[in-house]
Design a protein around this ligand. Structure first.
Ligand SMILES: [Zn+2]
Length: 255
């Protein structure tokens, strides 16, 4: 049994295949699905899915690139929801700053937004689901300043700068990128992460693993990622699966 710790099931790409996709995934042993929030103003579908399915959980937050104002009311209302198990996804993304936007102002906005969610995480004792792209050094520095923060660097793709967060007890979400030929840094640096700090994710509908890269990503592909991880680490797949499930439970206070 294994958990997809990051999948955007609420997205329109799944509208016509959602039930099918969930059942297909359950059949291959996916026991839980975690949906992160990207825009705190648009949460109704996420909440509905989590209330209608025992095995679906969610995180409440506001993505770094979502320029709509954070919805404090939705966050306050949902943070104590019984299916809300984390804060996010949030983080820093310099890569997707649009042309014509003042870069310094935008970076300041994102840092403020992230700090707001770090505060929520500490206050609620729920871990952070962190996103970063093009800002690995800055986010590592910022998170390093805190003590007793709990969270996962979602979609870790091999940055060396992020590895210093191992010291701080952060977890690393591993997805389909691991199966890409081009993922040399990831294949090398993943060996530096303690095995009890790894969790699995698809980030569906994005980042589909090989050999299905042209398709919509879904949780039923998690065993492909597990398989690749077991090959790279030279670790027995059944043992690895068990460790990763324990990690997931520890990270998200699940049992
Ligand atoms: Zn995501």
């Amino acid at each position: 049994m294994i958990t997809d710790t990051h999948i955007h099931i609420d997205r329109k790409e799944y509208n016509s295949i959602r039930e099918e996709m969930l059942n297909r995934s359950r059949k291959v042993g996916i026991e839980r699905f975690i949906i992160p929030t990207v825009d705190s103003n648009k949460v109704s579908k996420i909440v509905e899915l989590s209330e209608n399915n025992n095995d679906i959980y969610f995180a409440i937050g506001h993505h770094s690139n979502t320029i709509e104002k954070i919805n404090d009311k939705n966050i306050t209302d949902l943070i104590s929801h019984k299916k809300c198990i984390a804060i996010g996804e949030c983080g820093l993304d310099w890569f997707r700053i649009k042309k014509g936007i003042n870069k310094n102002e935008e970076k300041k906005r994102q840092i403020k937004l992230l700090k707001q969610q770090i505060f929520l995480s500490m206050e609620s004792n729920k871990p952070l689901i962190l996103h970063t792209r093009g800002a690995e050094k800055e986010i590592a520095e910022l998170l390093y300043e805190y003590n007793n923060l709990k969270g996962v660097i979602h979609c870790y793709v091999g940055s060396k700068e992020l590895l210093r967060l191992i010291e701080k007890g952060f977890y690393f979400g591993i997805g389909g990128v691991l199966t890409y030929k081009s993922a040399k840094d990831l294949k090398k640096n993943i060996k530096k992460i303690p095995i009890d700090k790894l969790v699995l994710e698809t980030d569906g509908p994005f980042l589909t693993p090989e050999p299905y890269r042209k398709k919509i990503n879904e949780s039923s592909y998690i065993p492909i990622i597990l398989n690749e991880l077991s090959n790279i680490l030279g670790k027995n797949k059944i043992e690895l699966e068990k460790i990763i499930e324990e990690n997931t439970n520890r990270l998200f206070n699940l049992s």
